[in-house]
Design a protein around this ligand. Structure first.
Ligand SMILES: [Zn+2]
Length: 465
C-alpha cells in the first residue's frame, strides 16, 4: 500500500484554471502524487493533516538561482552588477573548492525548502572541475528538493569566461564531454526529482562559434537552455536575441533570464520561438539590471517565472520576489498615469494583480522550468509538491482574500508544512533535516573563501572590522 495523506479543510489555491480557488477543500495524496481534491473527501488509512484556516498552495518555483553563492550570503548588499562581476565572479568564484559548492548548494536548497520553494533551477556556473559538478548534483540530491541542474561552465577567470577582448574574446566553451557524462550518469531519465538543463553565456559574452557549440550541445543532450540577456547598460547584452535569430538558434522552451531591456522585435522573437523569461525583480531593481518587465511580457504573451538569482545581495525567497514585482510593476504604471496627467479618479491602466504574482511564483514558474507537466499547480495526477501556510499567524489573520494574504502578508515564518513528491520535508514549521552539520559546513566555506578573497577594494565588500 502506498503512503496516503489527507490534507483536510484548507483554503486551497490550486492555480489550475478549472479548479480555481477552493475555500474549504481536502487534498488527498497517494505516494508521490495528488489523487483527489474536493470537499469532504475520505481516504482509508490516510494520515490526516489538519489545514483548517490554513492556506494550501502549490510549492513555489525558483526559476534561476546561483545556489553555489549561498556560502557568501549578503556579502554584497550595495553591489551593482558590474561590481558583482568583479568581486563575486572574479575574486570569489576561482577559489571555490568542490566542498564549497556542496556546502553552499546544500544550504541554499534547504533554504528553499524552508521557504516553501519545492522546485529550484540551479544555475550552476561554478563547474571549475568535474568534482564541482558532482558536488552540485550530490548536494541537490541530499536535500530532496525538486530541481533542474542547469550545468554551466567554470568561473576561473573573468576574462576567459565573461569579458574577453572586445567583450567576445573567449574561446572556451561548455565542456561537452563533461555534460555528456553528467547526462548519462545522473540524468538518464527525465522523470527523476532532478533533471538537467544547460546554463550558457550566449552572444555578446562569447564568440559565435562558442555560442553555436553550446546551443548544439543542448540539442544533442535534449535539454533546455537558460541564458542571461538584456541587462544593465552593457553593450554586450544588446542584440543578443537578434544574433541568435541570425544564427537560427532560437530554440523553443529557452529561458531568457532578466530580459530587462528587450526591444519590441526581441519580445516578438522570443514569443514566436516559444521562449520564456525568468525575472529576478528584487535583484534587477536593486542592482541595476533594469525593471522586471512583467507587464510587457504579459502584453507579448511570453510566459513568466520568478527567480532569486543571487543570495549575495538580497533575500532569496519567493515572497520577496512577489513583493518586488508587484510593487515595482504597479509603481511604474502609477508613475505613467501621473506622467500622462490622468484624472485622479481614474484607475492607472495596466496594473498587475496579486493573482498574477502568485501565478508567476508557482505554475508560471513551472512552465518556465519545463516542469508544468508534473508540478506548479494542485490537480489530481500531478506530483504532490505542496505548501501549507499558517492562516492563524499574527501577520496573516484575519483572512479575507486568501491570495492577498499569500502575496501581500505572508513571509517565510508562515511556511508550516512542505511536501515534495508527497514526502514531508518540513512539518510544524521545522525542517525534517537537522541544520547543524550543513550550517557548520557552510560557515567553514565562508571562512575559507573570505580568507582567499584577499584585500577588499573600496566598494567591493563591507569593512570586516
Ligand atoms: Zn543570474
Amino acid at each position: 500500500m502506498t503512503d496516503r495523506i489527507l490534507i483536510r479543510g484548507g483554503i486551497v489555491l490550486t492555480q489550475d484554471p478549472e479548479l480555481g480557488e477552493m475555500p474549504n477543500a481536502d487534498v488527498v495524496i497517494e505516494g508521490d502524487r495528488i489523487s483527489a481534491i474536493g470537499k469532504d473527501l475520505s481516504a482509508d488509512g490516510a494520515r490526516i493533516v489538519d489545514a483548517e484556516g490554513d492556506i494550501v498552495i502549490p510549492g513555489f518555483i525558483d526559476t534561476h538561482r546561483h545556489t553555489w553563492e549561498t556560502c557568501i550570503r549578503t556579502c554584497a548588499p550595495d553591489f551593482a552588477l558590474i561590481t558583482y562581476f568583479s568581486a563575486i565572479l572574479d575574486k570569489f568564484a576561482p577559489h571555490y573548492r568542490a566542498e564549497d559548492v556542496y556546502s553552499a548548494t546544500q544550504w541554499g536548497a534547504l533554504e528553499c525548502i524552508n521557504a516553501g520553494i519545492t522546485t529550484l533551477v540551479d544555475w550552476a556556473h561554478i563547474m571549475n572541475t568535474p568534482d564541482h559538478a558532482d558536488a552540485s548534483v550530490n548536494a541537490l540530491q541530499a536535500t530532496g528538493i525538486r530541481s533542474v541542474f542547469a550545468y554551466g561552465f567554470p568561473n576561473t577567470s573573468l576574462v576567459d569566461w565573461w569579458f574577453g577582448p572586445d567583450y567576445a574574446g573567449s574561446v572556451l566553451t561548455s565542456d561537452g564531454d563533461e555534460a555528456r557524462r553528467l547526462r548519462s550518469q545522473y540524468f538518464s531519465s527525465d522523470e527523476g526529482r532532478i533533471t538537467m538543463g544547460l546554463a550558457t553565456r550566449g552572444p555578446g559574452f562569447c564568440k559565435p562559434e562558442v555560442v553555436r557549440h553550446d546551443w548544439e550541445l543542448a540539442k544533442e543532450l535534449d535539454v533546455d537552455i537558460t541564458v542571461h540577456v538584456a541587462m544593465d547598460r552593457f553593450g554586450y547584452t544588446k542584440g543578443q536575441i537578434t544574433a541568435l535569430r541570425d544564427m537560427d538558434l532560437l530554440y523553443p522552451d529557452t529561458t531568457y533570464v532578466h530580459a530587462s531591456h528587450f526591444t519590441d522585435e526581441e519580445w516578438e522573437l522570443v514569443r514566436d520561438s516559444g521562449g520564456n523569461v525568468s525575472l529576478a525583480p528584487q535583484i534587477e531593481i536593486q542592482m541595476g539590471h533594469g525593471w522586471a518587465p512583467a507587464v510587457t511580457a504579459v502584453e507579448y504573451g511570453v510566459p513568466i517565472g520568478l527567480s532569486s538569482d543571487v543570495a549575495t545581495t538580497a533575500s532569496a525567497d519567493q515572497f520577496t520576489q512577489m513583493h518586488a514585482v508587484f510593487g515595482s510593476e504597479r509603481g511604474r504604471k502609477h508613475q505613467q498615469a501621473w506622467d500622462d496627467d490622468l484624472d485622479g479618479l481614474e484607475a492607472s491602466p495596466g496594473l498587475i494583480t496579486a493573482r498574477d504574482a502568485l501565478f508567476w511564483a508557482t505554475l508560471g514558474g513551472a512552465e518556465v522550468a519545463g516542469l508544468a507537466d508534473r508540478t506548479g499547480s494542485l490537480i489530481p495526477g500531478k506530483k504532490a509538491d505542496i505548501v501549507i501556510l499558517d492562516g492563524s499567524a499574527v501577520n496573516m489573520a484575519p483572512i479575507i482574500d486568501p491570495v492577498g494574504a499569500v502575496v501581500c502578508a505572508a513571509d517565510i515564518s508562515n511556511v508550516k508544512t512542505v511536501l515534495i513528491d508527497g514526502e514531508v520535508l518540513k512539518e510544524d514549521f521545522k525542517l525534517k533535516t537537522s541544520l547543524d552539520e550543513p550550517r557548520r559546513q557552510v560557515e567553514a566555506s565562508r571562512d575559507y573563501l573570505l580568507d582567499k578573497f584577499g584585500e577588499p577594494e573600496p566598494g567591493w565588500l563591507p569593512a570586516t572590522g
